[in-house]
Design a binder for this molecule. Sequence first.
Ligand SMILES: [Zn+2]
Length: 114
Amino acid sequence: MPKAGCGGSNRIACSVRGCGNTSRQRDKCRSFFHTFPVKDKELCAEWVRRCRNLTIGNMHNARVCSDHFTPEDYLRDLKHELLNLPLRKKLKPDAVPSIFFNFDEGNKLYIKIV
Ligand SMILES: [Zn+2]
């Protein structure tokens, strides 16, 4: 039996290879998790390719955390900005994850893929 409050099987983990962010750490690292753009096959395939960790077959349950997106990848939440409410993290329709760790260097160095 999983301990109460630990999230159990509902825990969300980032699909990007080597990232390791999970929903349990969310409060600490302030990451958001995004679902794959499954309605756009081409864009979705690009997300999968960039994750380097999963196949196109399991993307329906996969998530990518906000660490892999730049501020420019998000839509401005004008309504919440005006009302001084917490901003929602909504990706632009054509956004792709672009910030990754560089494993080839043997350490966690952020690289940006354009
Ligand atoms: Zn991640």
